[in-house]
Design a protein around this ligand. Structure first.
Ligand code: FES
Length: 311
């Protein structure tokens, strides 16, 4: 079967039997094909390396991820360009609104810079299938911004009708890009917390975990509580317990490095370096933005470690 660049089967002839795909499932099927489009990998690899080099770990990169806000900054920032562009195209249905529409288009274009910067930062710390979808999403949004820029130029030279065609085309392309952004966030889980289900899996009250003598000193280990994998860290008589599944994309925290940040013992995820305070799961460095679920602990007179979910 012949395939297009993205691996989508092409029609080969009139008599060929084609499988009927329900209309509504086609966008999702295309997005799934993009996830597997290895042809994008050289570009993804090159761009990802460039972004990682340009954004070393630190306060600036944390801000781009949204660490200070407790959730990714990108979804909030894309509202400006998308909202302005949608409003501009709708406004143009009414006479005498050319100046207002042009102003909205310009505001939307100005809003693409922070949206792109935050999106690139998040994108650089995703899995490869997510990055393929993210790349096409970014290409759509860049094309949309270019079309809106062309629309502004056309209006400035007096070709208002042509400018309207360009802005309508820009909105159509931005809508396709937004669909892929939704697929990336909601289907592939980019940006969502991957640790929040802990509150549904850990029962109420105190649970017996293990003997404190079985825990090595200042070395993270994994322990199981029912379905839950836990990172357990002992420093003298103090025992700290976090969910082992990193809130960023589910990496195994017990395989991470213990580092000291701001005077606190922290664990750095082995996958993308998100750093959490072991005492309470506070995010110290992104890309994770959601606090790592943590547990209160106590040691009984017989030396057993018990834990309960922190409120
Ligand atoms: S899974 Fe990405 S930082 Fe942990």
């Amino acid at each position: 079967m012949r395939q297009s660049l993205l691996g989508v089967p092409r029609r080969a002839g009139k008599n060929r039997k084609t499988r009927k795909v329900p209309l509504l499932s086609r966008p999702a099927a295309l997005a799934e094909r993009i996830e597997l489009a290895h042809v994008l990998d050289p570009v993804v690899h090159e761009l990802s390396e460039t972004v990682v080099r340009a954004l070393p770990a630190g306060a600036r990169t944390d801000a781009l991820h949204g660490v200070p806000f407790g959730q990714p900054a990108h979804p909030a920032l894309v509202r400006l360009p998308l909202g302005c562009w949608t409003s501009a195209v709708l406004l143009e249905a009414f006479p005498g609104t050319e100046r207002a529409a042009a102003l909205l288009i310009a505001a939307g274009i100005a809003g693409t810079a922070p949206a792109a910067a935050t999106g690139l930062a998040d994108w650089s710390a995703l899995h490869r299938d997510q990055q393929r979808v993210g790349l096409v999403h970014a290409l759509c949004q860049t094309s949309a911004a270019t079309l809106f820029l062309g629309s502004l130029a056309a209006r400035a030279s007096g070709r208002v009708g042509y400018g309207r065609v360009l802005s309508a085309s820009g909105l159509a392309v931005a809508t396709i890009g937004s669909y892929l952004g939704g697929h990336l966030a909601l289907r592939l889980g980019a940006g969502a917390s991957h640790a929040d289900q802990v509150s549904h899996l850990a029962g109420l009250g105190w649970h017996d975990l293990c003997d404190i003598g079985d825990l090595p000193e200042r070395r993270p280990v994994r322990r199981q509580l029912g379905y839950l994998s836990l990172l357990v860290y002992r420093a003298g008589p103090e025992v700290s317990v976090l969910s082992d599944r990193c809130s960023h994309l589910g990496g195994p925290l017990h395989q991470g490095r213990i580092v000291v940040e701001r005077g606190r013992a922290c664990v750095a995820c082995p996958w993308h370096g998100s750093t959490f305070a072991v005492a309470d799961g506070t995010v110290v460095h992104g890309p994770a933005t959601a606090r790592q679920p943590s547990f209160e602990t106590r040691v009984t007179d017989t030396g057993r470690v018990e834990l309960k979910q922190r409120a």
